[in-house]
Design a protein around this ligand. Structure first.
Ligand SMILES: C[S@@+](CC[C@H](N)C(=O)[O-])C[C@H]1O[C@@H](n2cnc3c(N)ncnc32)[C@H](O)[C@@H]1O
Length: 178
C-alpha cells in the first residue's frame, strides 16, 4: 500500500518478504556487550516484549531462574528463533560479580540525580541495564550496586512507564540505534 507525502513522493511500506531478506536468518550469538536485566519481574508478558527488543538491538536478556520464568519466556517469545538469555540464580550476587569484572551497571529508574534519556550516550563498554519490579522498582540492595541511573522524563499524569517500554527506549539509545 502507498500514500502520497506532502512532497508528492509515495511512501511504500516494506513487505514481509523485504523485511525477511533484510534480517538475519538465525538469532545473533551472545555478543555479551549489552544485557537487559529485569531481575525481579512480576508480569511474564514484559519479559517476552523485552526479549524481542533485545533481539532487535543485538542485546542479551538476563532473567532470574524462577520456576515460572522459562514458560513465560516461551509464551512471550514471538521471534522466529531463540534470543540470547542469561539465567541468574542470585540477582544481587550476579550484579556484584558483573561490577567486579568491570561491567558498567546502569539502572533505569525514577531516581534523583539520574541522567536524562536524551543525555545518555551510546554504550562504549559492556553494560548491564537493570530494570525494576513493576510495582516496587529496583530493590534498595540493588540500588547500592549501580554505577549510574537513567530516567526517562515524563510530562503526563502517569507516575511511570511500563517497564518493557522504558527498557526498550533505553536499549535503543545504548545500542546507538536511536
Ligand atoms: C512501574 S515502574 C515502578 C516505579 C517506581 N519505582 C515505584 O516503585 O513505584 C517499573 C520499572 O519501570 C522502569 N521505569 C518506568 N518508568 C520509568 C521512567 N520514566 N524512567 C526510568 N525508569 C522507568 C523502572 O525500571 C521501574 O523500576
Amino acid at each position: 500500500m502507498s500514500t502520497e507525502t506532502p512532497a508528492g513522493r509515495a511512501i511504500r511500506v516494506r513487505s514481509r518478504r523485504d523485511l525477511r531478506t533484510g534480517r538475519r536468518r538465525r538469532a545473533h550469538s551472545c555478543w555479551d556487550h549489552l544485557i537487559a536485566a529485569p531481575l525481579w519481574p512480576l508480569h511474564g508478558a514484559n519479559l517476552g516484549t523485552l526479549l524481542r527488543t533485545c533481539d532487535a538491538v543485538g542485546a542479551c536478556l538476563a532473567v532470574p531462574r524462577w520456576p515460572w520464568v522459562p514458560e513465560a519466556l516461551r509464551r512471550g517469545n514471538t521471534l522466529r528463533t531463540g534470543g540470547c538469555v542469561h539465567w541468574v540464580n542470585d540477582p544481587c550476587r550476579w550484579l556484584a560479580d558483573r561490577r567486579d569484572d568491570g561491567t558498567r551497571i546502569l539502572g533505569i529508574e525514577l531516581a534523583e540525580d539520574a541522567v536524562r534519556l536524551a543525555d545518555l550516550p551510546m554504550a562504549r563498554g559492556r553494560t548491564v541495564l537493570v530494570l525494576g519490579h513493576e510495582q516496587t522498582g529496583i530493590p534498595p540492595e540493588a540500588l547500592d550496586l549501580l554505577n549510574e541511573v537513567v530516567e526517562i522524563p515524563m510530562i503526563g499524569t502517569g507516575a511511570s512507564l511500563n517497564v518493557a517500554v522504558a527498557g526498550s527506549l533505553v536499549l535503543y539509545k545504548l545500542a546507538g540505534m536511536a
